[in-house]
Design a protein. Structure first.
Length: 526
């Protein structure tokens, strides 16, 4: 079945697929499944309920819960009411949640029963929330979702929708400072793919016959975007309330999953599961990965195990998710230098690499990577200073990544600008050192940071997680890097830890690793 042509809003997509796909399964979550027409009816009830609550166009509605069918019905319901959904990372502290609810000016909060105690801690400080609706059980003060929902009819609201309407406000992971609210209009989910298809490019070739594993959470751009792409073609979506590696493998076999999306940290844990060796993975024909760098050793292992087409995507929440893609053909030969690239710009996307003055750089010159996509966000919510720092005069989004383009347009990402280490005037990109550390058979995970040094400014320190049962000395690992990278890039110290701190995207929280070394410094560079 072809994708929904000409549709550019989530509200219209829900109605279209209810008509086209009807009783076909849309979502499976644990022991529950719903059809496309049921999703649309739920969405209509939610929309009518929000309108009855006095929610006006572009008002903010928040969701604090693990992934569920109700959560995605809420996505489409908010779109039908012309409201904006704020998905909140349920792993955040109560104060971090409070910041998002207040900064986002959320009026209604849908909250899973297990997270009500968190909300109770901050209720007295909520500035804009006027109603709480509880998912999962009856609450003494606030209505349950099911009781609230049954009051409203499943008929579509008579509203007019625009591709420019903001439909989702997604908060960045906040690796530094407070998270920022990325305002994504309807078109962020449609125009890039529509342009790709218009050129006869099928990309992953998603169809109504596909069964998608949804392992990334709804509050993460990757998870939300993945579901919308599957919904666009009428596929089945198998939701995981929370990612657990052995369960992911079990779901692939049970539901004959055909398309998988994971970040490298998820893939690593899945491959390390003993059950991975005996799980039937033959149904998988496409594997999408991104969100953080994947070291070559892990990628080669994954390709050997899954034996399917691999797609690496690169982009940001601010660019509406993917903008660059490394396609299956570029994954071979297995030792191809292109495996170290992020891929090439997708049709409709432009890439610029600029120097410190904003001037475009030629091929193979390192600079800041900037992207312009048909899916680019409208801007950060109530943060004009951040908007001015993010956009170039030509409308490109500064990614904060250091990289270069080769002569064929392949983009190579070296590291984050803020993660770069300067040792005795030499620029060192941690990702390069980390890739070498991962080649050691005893190393399961590694992160490299710069720590202050009176003589050299900064020196290289590696924080390493060993594989179970492995023993390795600091000097052995440092010597392993000799000859693989320049001497000045070699770690001067190694610390062994049980696990690295990561955000929901799988990105290592390097600020957490740096903090013990830099907190007494007057500035964060030496």
């Amino acid at each position: 079945m072809l994708a929904a042509k000409g549709i550019e809003t989530l509200a219209e997509l829900s109605a279209f697929q209810a008509e086209q796909r009807g009783e076909a399964t849309a979502f499976i979550c644990q022991d529950q499944s719903v059809s496309y027409v049921q999703v649309d009816h739920f969405a209509n009830q939610i929309a009518n309920g929000l309108l009855a609550e006095g929610v006006h166009s572009q008002a903010r509605i928040a969701l604090l819960n693990k992934d569920s069918i109700a959560g995605y019905a809420l996505l489409f319901g908010c779109a039908k009411a012309k409201a904006v959904l704020i998905g909140i990372n349920w792993r955040l502290t109560s104060q971090e949640i409070l910041y998002i609810l207040n900064q986002g000016q959320a009026e209604v909060v849908f909250v899973g029963a297990e997270f009500m105690p968190v909300l109770e801690q901050i209720r007295g400080e909520l500035a804009s929330v006027r109603k709480i609706i509880v998912l999962g059980e009856v609450h003494t003060q606030w209505p349950s979702f099911s009781n609230w929902l049954e009051q409203f009819p499943p008929t579509a609201p008579q509203l007019t929708y625009s591709a420019d309407d903001i439909v989702v406000q997604m908060y960045t992971s906040g690796t530094t400072g407070h998270p920022k609210g990325v305002q994504l209009p309807n078109y962020s989910f449609f125009r890039l793919m529509a342009g790709i298809r218009a050129q006869g490019d099928t990309w992953m070739g998603l169809t109504a016959e596909d069964v998608l594993l949804v392992a990334l959470p709804q509050f993460h751009m990757g998870g939300l975007w993945w579901v919308v792409q599957g919904f666009m073609v009428g596929a089945v979506h198998v939701l995981m309330p929370v990612f657990i590696a052995w369960q992911a493998l079990e779901l692939i076999a049970k539901h004959h999953i055909t398309q998988v999306e994971m970040v490298p940290a998820m893939l690593q844990t899945a491959l390390d599961e003993p059950a991975c060796e005996t799980t039937d993975l033959a149904s998988v024909r496409g594997f999408l990965y991104g969100g953080s760098p994947m070291v070559p050793t892990l990628l080669r292992r994954a390709m050997s195990v899954f034996q399917c087409g691999f797609y690496q995507i690169y982009g940001m929440t601010e660019t509406g998710n993917m903008a660059v893609c490394l396609r299956p053909g570029d994954h071979f030969p297995i030792d191809s230098p292109r495996l170290m690239s992020a891929g090439r710009a997708l049709p409709g996307v432009e890439i610029l690499v600029i120097d410190a003055t904003g001037q475009s750089l030629p091929a193979r010159e390192l600079g800041e990577v900037c992207l312009k996509s048909p899916a680019n966000m409208l801007g950060y919510w109530q943060n004009e200073e951040a908007n001015q720092n993010l956009f170039t005069q030509e409308g490109f989004i500064r990614t904060g990544d250091v990289g270069y383009l080769d002569e064929d347009g392949y983009l190579f990402i070296c590291d984050r600008i803020k993660d770069m280490i300067i040792c005795a005037g030499e620029n060192i990109y941690p990702a390069e050192v980390e890739a070498v550390l991962h080649e050691h058979p005893a190393v399961a995970d590694a992160a490299v940071i710069g720590i202050p040094d009176e003589r050299w400014g900064e020196t290289v320190k590696a924080i390493v997680v060993l594989r179970p049962g492995e023993v390795l000395k600091q000097r052995e690992l440092i010597n392993f890097t000799r000859g693989r990278i320049a001497d000045y890039k070699m770690p001067k110290a190694v610390e062994f830890v049980d696990a690295l701190p990561r955000n929901p995207s799988g990105k290592v929280l390097k600020r957490v690793l740096r903090e013990p070394y830099w907190r007494v410094q007057e500035r964060q560079v030496n």
